[in-house]
Structure formats: structure tokens, C-alpha cells
Design a protein around this ligand. Structure first.
Ligand code: GLP
Length: 239
């Protein structure tokens, strides 16, 4: 079931996302969080840091598993997702850093190890997701077949172009990434999909109301029992 929440401002967008994560942690301090990178969750993480500083929420017993990582960037590269997570969230809250996990794309073996780690951890309580303009979630790009477990993917040209804004040139954007597979994503107890901006309106409508197809990986969320979608007015404009 998909429950859509449309908000009226950037502030509400971030508060709503952070509020859902914070109330989970209040009821289950040991929650396993599936986390995402990209521009969409940055304000949500800022809000979570504020809530932590106000004493509203603690991450002391929580653990986290990130969706994806570039292949070929060292962990301390300014654009690595490990560094993103440390800088935007982990360095500012009380989560033990050893409880935080970001996949490594250094080899197929490392990807398999992440799958095993996730299996050992058990079910993710809440998986936060953004969506790419082509419907990718994590880095699961449109394809004839989608993979269940964590695996290495070749990035679409469109994805590399979208992410080139973070690098000094498109040539520097890695060609490959490692991503949690659709199977693992769909196993989460609850999924929180967030999107903002008019450029996401078309893909959001396709994903939530269009046919369920591997050519739009986000459309597979329609098969999940518990999805909350938070949209600003622009991203929800075609619904
Ligand atoms: C990125 C990430 C995804 C993210 C998506 C949208 O490349 N791999 O996890 O959800 O693309 O990014 P943004 O939030 O910047 O629009």
C-alpha cells in the first residue's frame, strides 16, 4: 500500500521525513535504518541532527545500512557516499560509527559480503529512498532484469550527467557503482520514498501510477505492503 503525503514547503518536507525516522527510533531505539544519499535527503539529515541536539532522538542503539556507493572512489574522496554520510549525518549524532555500513564497490566479492551482512542484520525497519530521473532507486537502473541482492552496476549516462554537478567534470563521475538490489530494498518493513522539485514530477507519476516494470525500478514499490511517499507540490504535480 502506498500512502502519499504532499507538503507545502521545503521545511515541511524535511520535518516530515525526519519526523517519520525519529518516531521509529523513539518506539524502537534499536531500529535498523536503510539510508540514502543524493540531494533529496540532505535537509532531512539536517533536521535529524537538530532533533538529536534537542534531545528528541538518539541513535545510540540504532544501526544503518546505506543503499549504494561509487566504484573506484576512495572512502575519503569528497564525493564518496561514505564521506557524504559522515559529513551530513553520522559525525553529528550519537550513532556508533561501527554500526554504520556503506557498501564497498571494490569487488564483486565485497558486494556479496554486503549481502551477507544485510542477511545477518535481519530486516531493515525503514528504508529511505530518493528516485532518479529514470526511475532508479539506489543505483538500480532501468533494465530488462533487476537483481535482488547487492551487486555492481554500470551507471546510465543520464545518471552520470545528473551526478556530474557534484564533480568538476563528467569524466570524473565513476562509470560503475555498487547498489543494494531491488530484492533487499523490497524486504524492508517500511519504505519512505521522498522526492522534490518539478523535474521529478513525471517519474514520480510513472513510478506510483504507471505500469509495474523493471524499466522503471521505482514502480516495483507498488508491490510493497507499506510505502510512505513524501512529495513537495512540484514533485507531486502530475499525480
Ligand atoms: C543518486 C543516488 C540515489 C538517489 C538518486 C536521486 O544517484 N544513487 O540513491 O536517490 O540518485 O538523487 P537526488 O536526491 O540528488 O535527486
Amino acid at each position: 500500500m502506498i500512502n502519499i503525503i504532499k507538503v507545502n514547503s521545503e521545511q515541511q518536507f524535511n520535518e516530515t521525513g525526519a519526523g517519520i525516522i525519529a518516531s521509529l527510533l523513539q518506539s524502537n531505539p534499536r531500529a535498523i535504518l536503510g539510508l540514502a544519499t543524493g540531494g533529496t535527503p540532505v535537509g532531512v539529515y539536517q533536521k535529524l541532527v537538530e532533533l538529536y541536539r534537542e534531545g528528541v532522538v538518539s541513535f545510540k542503539q540504532a544501526s544503518s545500512y546505506n543503499l549504494d556507493e561509487y566504484v573506484g572512489l576512495p572512502e575519503n574522496h569528497p564525493e564518496s557516499y561514505r564521506r557524504f554520510m559522515n559529513e551530513k549525518l553520522f559525525d553529528h549524532i550519537d550513532i556508533p560509527i561501527e554500526n554504520t555500513h556503506v557498501p564497498s564497490g571494490n569487488s564483486e566479492k565485497a558486494a556479496e559480503e554486503y549481502t551477507r551482512l544485510l542477511e545477518k542484520a535481519g530486516q531493515i525497519d525503514l528504508q529511505l529512498l530518493g528516485v532518479g530521473h529514470n526511475g532508479h532507486i539506489g543505483f538500480n537502473e532501468p533494465n530488462e532484469n533487476l537483481h535482488g541482492p547487492t551487486h555492481i552496476v554500470e551507471l546510465d549516462e543520464l545518471t552520470r550527467q545528473a551526478n556530474a554537478r557534484y564533480f568538476s567534470s563528467i569524466e570524473e563521475v565513476p562509470t560503475h557503482a555498487v547498489t543494494m538490489g531491488i530484492g533487499t530494498i523490497l524486504q524492508a518493513k517500511q519504505i519512505l520514498l521522498m522526492a522534490k522539485g518539478a523535474d521529478k514530477a513525471e517519474i514520480v507519476a510513472k513510478a506510483l501510477k504507471g505500469p509495474i516494470t523493471t524499466q522503471c525500478p521505482a514502480s516495483l514499490l507498488q508491490t510493497h505492503a507499506n510505502v510512505v511517499v513524501v512529495l513537495d507540490q512540484a514533485a507531486g504535480g502530475l499525480l
